[in-house]
Design a protein around this ligand. Structure first.
Ligand SMILES: O=C(O)CCC(=O)C(=O)O
Ligand SMILES: [Fe+2]
Length: 368
C-alpha cells in the first residue's frame, strides 16, 4: 500500500536578476528531437559542437516535470533547515579518504585570504539506489526516499541515457557504447540525484571581498546536471578566451556540463570546462542559493583510457590523454574518483591556488 508522504511546503524562488552581466553564449539542446533517428543525428551534431567549444549547454523538453523538480528543492530546503548537530551525524566515516556520500559541512575553504573568512557551502550527497550502498538519512529525506529514487531514475532514463547516446553517435561508436559503462545497477560512485547543495548567503559587505563562493574546478565524472534556482553565481572560464562568463539560470532549462571522465576517454576531444560559483548580483544576495545536482559517472571498474575504436577520434588525432602521454598508469574510475575527491577534501584547503599532482601524470589546480 502506498504510504502517504507528508507535505513539504512549497519552495520559494526569487526573481531573476535585473543586472546585465557578461553571460556565456550557450547552446540549448531540444531533447524532444531525440525521439526520431534523424532528430538524434541532428542533436548529436549540435551537442558535440557545444561540448567541444564550451563544455556547458542547456537542455529543454527533458521530460521531468517542474513539480518533480520543485519537490526536490523543497526536500533540499527541509534538509538544510535541520539543526547542524543533526546534519553532522551524516558526515561519512571515510571523508578524509575522499568518501563523499552524506553530509559535508560548511567552512572547508578560506574564501577571503586576507581575513581568513571561510565558505558557507554545505553539500548532501545521496548515493545510488540498489544494493551497493546503504541509505541512512535524516527524517525529511528518509520519509521521501521513494520520491527521490523515482526522480533519480527518471533523470537517468530521460536525460542521462539520451546524453550518453549522443556522445556515442557523435563519435561514430555503437549507440549503447557509453550507456554500457554507465549502467545503473553496476557500482559507481555515481551519486544519484546526487546532491542537495546550499551556498549560504554572506553579508553584502563580505561578498565584495570574497575570491569566490566555490573556487574554480572541473567535475570528475561524465555529466553534471544542474537544476537551478534563478540565482546567478555560476561562471565558466571560456575555453577560447579564458574570460569568466556568467551562466544564466533560465526558467525551464537544465544546465549541463561534460566532465573529466569524458575528457579523458576522448583524449581531450570533449571538454571538461573550469567553473566556479561567485557571489550573486546584489539583487540576489539576500537569499541562500540552493541547487539540486545530478552527477553521472562511469562505473567504478571502467579504465579511463582514450577510446581507440572511434573513427572520429582517430581521424582527428585525439588518441592520448595526459596519463598515456606521460607514460603513467591509467586509473580506473574508482581510483580517479577517490584521488580527485581526496584532493578536493584536503589539498584544496586554505591555499586558494593549491596545485598538486592528484595522480602521477595529472596535475590539478584550483582556478581563481
Ligand atoms: O552551484 C553551482 O552552480 C555549481 C556547483 C558545482 O560546480 C559543483 O558542485 O561541482
Ligand atoms: Fe562543479
Amino acid at each position: 500500500m502506498p504510504v502517504a508522504v507528508p507535505t513539504l511546503g512549497s519552495f520559494e524562488y526569487v526573481a531573476q536578476t535585473k543586472e546585465q552581466l557578461p553571460w556565456a553564449d550557450l547552446v540549448t539542446l531540444d531533447l524532444s528531437l531525440y525521439e526520431t533517428p534523424e532528430g538524434r543525428k541532428e542533436l548529436a551534431k549540435t551537442f558535440i559542437a557545444a561540448v567541444r567549444e564550451k563544455g556547458f549547454f542547456y537542455v529543454k523538453n527533458f521530460g521531468v516535470s517542474e513539480a518533480a523538480v520543485n519537490r526536490q528543492f523543497a526536500l533540499a530546503k527541509a534538509f538544510y533547515d535541520l539543526p547542524l548537530e543533526e546534519k553532522r551525524q551524516y558526515v561519512p566515516d571515510n571523508f578524509e579518504q575522499g568518501g563523499f556520500n552524506g553530509y559535508m559541512p560548511a567552512g572547508r575553504i578560506v574564501v577571503d585570504p586576507n581575513t581568513g573568512l571561510r565558505d558557507k557551502v554545505e553539500v548532501y550527497n545521496i548515493p545510488k539506489f540498489g544494493s551497493d550502498f546503504t541509505h541512512s538519512h535524516p527524517a525529511p529525506v528518509a520519509r521521501n526516499l521513494a520520491v527521490i529514487e523515482e526522480f533519480v531514475r527518471t533523470v537517468q532514463a530521460k536525460i542521462v541515457e539520451p546524453l550518453l547516446t549522443l556522445v556515442a553517435i557523435a563519435l561514430e561508436l555503437p549507440e549503447d557504447y557509453f550507456r554500457k559503462i554507465h549502467e545503473y545497477e553496476v557500482k559507481s560512485e555515481h551519486l544519484t540525484n546526487g546532491r542537495y547543495m546550499k551556498c549560504g548567503k554572506h553579508p553584502m559587505s563580505d561578498n565584495e571581498r570574497l575570491a569566490s563562493w566555490v573556487p574554480g574546478h572541473t567535475d570528475l565524472g561524465s555529466f553534471t546536471l544542474l537544476f537551478r534556482q534563478p540565482v546567478a553565481g555560476l561562471q565558466i572560464m571560456d575555453p577560447l578566451t579564458n574570460e569568466w562568463k556568467w551562466v544564466k539560470p533560465q526558467d525551464g532549462l537544465l544546465t549541463v556540463n561534460t566532465c573529466d571522465a569524458l575528457q579523458l576517454m576522448t583524449g581531450g576531444y570533449v571538454r571538461s570546462t573550469i567553473h566556479r560559483v561567485m557571489p550573486p548580483p546584489k539583487d540576489q544576495q539576500h537569499v541562500d542559493r540552493l541547487g539540486v545536482l545530478y552527477f553521472s559517472r562511469p562505473q567504478n571498474n571502467v579504465k579511463l583510457a582514450t577510446i581507440q575504436d572511434s573513427p572520429v577520434l582517430n581521424r582527428e588525432g585525439y588518441v592520448k590523454n595526459p596519463f598515456e602521454a606521460s607514460g603513467n598508469a591509467v586509473p580506473t574510475m574508482e581510483e580517479w574518483t577517490f584521488a580527485k575527491q581526496k584532493w578536493q577534501r584536503t589539498g584544496y584547503l586554505g591555499a586558494m591556488k593549491a596545485s598538486k599532482e592528484v595522480l602521477p601524470g595529472f596535475p590539478e589546480k584550483v582556478y581563481t
